[in-house]
Design a protein around this ligand. Structure first.
Ligand code: BES
Ligand code: MN
Ligand code: MN
Length: 465
């Protein structure tokens, strides 16, 4: 049972939480852009200071080859009465880095001046992920301020490279298994199924990402003088990409689907019970018609099927007016979302082989692999998921539904493998809160209920002993 004073404290501090969150959101901690390196560093320091303010100990900035990891803990929890067993230890993970804000002119208020409109706080990082990690900071603070202690041991790891693939965090986790040892990992970096439908996520997709560079000639050419004698790299690239997927939405890379775990009948039936309105979904996306792999429902396509996407293409003349030219080069960024049990390294090899096969002899093709991560799935019948369900029910007035997510959090697989520990993903974002897009926002009632649910969660985890 969570102490009434602790919950009262949370309710009376609502406004302070929002104003502090605004300070956090004001730091442009964009990990993808080198010009924000100093801001990223400042954000790491702000996070560390905050961990100290809320009462955590051993707070440290762990330097890496990239952005610092912020660590803090509090390890004095007494065993819960009667059981005599040591109190459980929770590892909380999140990220303080954010995505770039472009196209910035589409923001209705500046991305790093958090603005509240209609019960939502608008800023880059509000939902992904500063608002959600701040929720746990405030839950920890409420326990510490009101009880002088926490009901469980807590270790906090906040990284600054999630949005660029968590490369250095993976190494940190592998090399610090003892320091990070825990009974459960808790993460709030995902979305609820829908407004008013709190959720626990039990599976994430993985990712492999590539850049493809195509070169046709040493320099751009006059399309009249040379047109007809050489290949056009834009066309060559488009034709290559067109061979990655068939018209039915199926990826044509040989072997791509070999390791895909088929959906179980029980899972398919459970998803059919979820309050999913396909028409509303389509309208919300502004799509004339939904499109995806034939034979699968929309939820199955985004949660349980792998994809191939062209993130961007560039080549030749795209300015105003008309220029007659055959460009020398063309480039595309492509990625594949992976599902259990696809392996990113295997898929990367299959992809590269297929690119080589479909590349015309008339161009030079360079394939560069970028970041990525493994897909993750867990069974949700463990005491920690039950503890989270009870906490969410108390915080949101409704028990959670269980869903998969199409997004990726690379470190979740690493935690599960390196620490051999259950991971509970309890996110309070909403699917339409524009993560990675202009006008990102976080619903403030979900934020506040999330603080309450988090505070209760720590007591519920204590009660598993
Ligand atoms: N928080 C997201 C992932 C996410 C979004 C999970 C929605 C579940 C629901 C995370 O910050 C993210 O954007 N991840 C990247 C990972 C990539 C850069 C390796 C992604 O999914 O594109
Ligand atoms: Mn995130
Ligand atoms: Mn993200």
């Amino acid at each position: 049972m969570t102490n009434v004073a602790t919950l009262d404290f949370i309710h009376t501090n609502r406004d302070r939480y929002v104003s502090e969150l605004k300070d956090y959101l004001a730091i442009p901690s964009v990990s993808a852009l080198p010009q924000h390196a100093a801001d990223v560093k400042r954000c790491a320091e702000w996070t560390a200071d905050e961990l100290r303010r809320i009462g955590l100990e051993n707070v440290a900035l762990v330097e890496t080859a990239g952005n610092p990891i912020v660590y803090g803990d509090w390890l004095h929890a007494a065993p819960s009465t009667g059981s005599g067993q040591a109190a459980p230890t929770m590892l909380f993970y999140g990220h303080y880095d954010v995505q770039p804000v472009d196209p910035v002119n589409l923001w209705e208020s500046p991305p790093f001046e958090a603005t509240v409109r209609d019960g939502e706080i608008y800023a880059r990082g509000s939902a992904d992920d500063k608002g959600q990690i701040f929720m746990h900071f405030k839950a920890i603070e409420a326990h510490m301020k009101q009880q002088g202690r926490l009901p469980i041991n807590i270790k906090v790891v906040i990284e600054g490279e999630e949005e660029v693939g968590s490369v250095n965090l993976d190494r940190f986790v592998e090399s610090q298994k003892d320091r990070l040892k825990a009974d459960v990992v808790v993460i709030s970096d995902s979305a609820m199924f829908d407004r008013g439908v709190p959720s626990i996520c039990y599976s994430l997709r993985g990712l492999v990402y590539f850049q493809i560079d195509v070169r046709g000639t040493a320099s751009d050419l006059h399309s009249g003088i040379f047109g007809g004698a050489v290949v056009n790299p834009n066309m060559a690239l488009a034709q290559m990409l067109a061979q990655m997927k068939d018209k039915g939405g199926r990826v044509r890379i040989p072997g791509f689907y070999d390791a895909v775990r088929p959906l179980e009948a029980a899972e398919r039936e459970a998803w059919e019970q979820l309050p999913f309105n396909e028409r509303q979904y389509r309208k919300q996306l502004g799509a004339p018609k939904l499109f995806g792999e034939s034979g699968y429902s929309t939820l199955e396509r985004v949660w349980a099927r792998p994809t191939f996407e062209v993130n961007g293409m560039i080549g030749g003349f795209t300015g105003e007016g008309a220029k007659t030219v055959i460009p020398a080069v063309a480039m595309a960024k492509v990625s594949m979302r992976l599902v259990p049990d696809q392996d990113p390294d295997t898929i990367a090899k299959l992809f590269e082989a297929h690119v080589r096969k479909v590349a015309p002899k008339s161009v030079e093709v360079k394939v560069t692999r970028m970041h990525g991560g493994h897909p993750w799935i867990t069974s949700y019948d463990n005491p920690y998921v039950q503890a989270a369900s009870r906490a969410i029910e108390q915080g949101f007035g409704k028990p959670p539904v269980f869903c998969r997510e199409g997004g990726s959090i690379p470190v979740v697989f690493t935690f599960q493998k390196a620490l051999d520990v259950p991971c509970v993903l309890f996110g309070v974002g909403l699917p339409d809160e524009n993560a990675h897009a202009p006008n990102e926002r976080l619903d403030l009632s979900n934020f506040h209920n999330g603080i309450v649910a988090s505070a209760i969660l720590y007591d519920e985890i204590a009660a598993t002993r």
